[in-house]
Design a protein. Sequence first.
Length: 136
Amino acid sequence: MQGASKHWDQILTGDLYNAKAGASAGYLTWSQWEVKPGQMHAYTELTKSVFVPILEKLLAEGTITSYGQLSEDYHTGKLGIVYDYLTVPDAASLDKANKAFEDAFSNPAIGDAVRALTEREGHRDYLTRLRFMTSK
């Protein structure tokens, strides 16, 4: 039975994050990125300088309710896996947040920077509906 199981455990560390206090339902979306060897610091700095200001604006507007960046603290797989996530209260807010990132990636310099720091094959996007979430 154990050999057929698709179960794994992860211990993640978050250094970049923020949230609005409160409770609601909504959606959690996250992207998995595989950062190239030796590029983690540059990827984190790019996130801080380009994406955190976008996320903070969306948080202040109420479009998103939280965001963060997680990486494995205890590695069970490839090194350099990063999860960037955000939560939104409804589908319209998800569309607005996605549009903000589409606008950012339309700048060739930002798209080129992300491509230079990450492996395309290691990218995945996920979406989960949340029935209840709370932040303090």
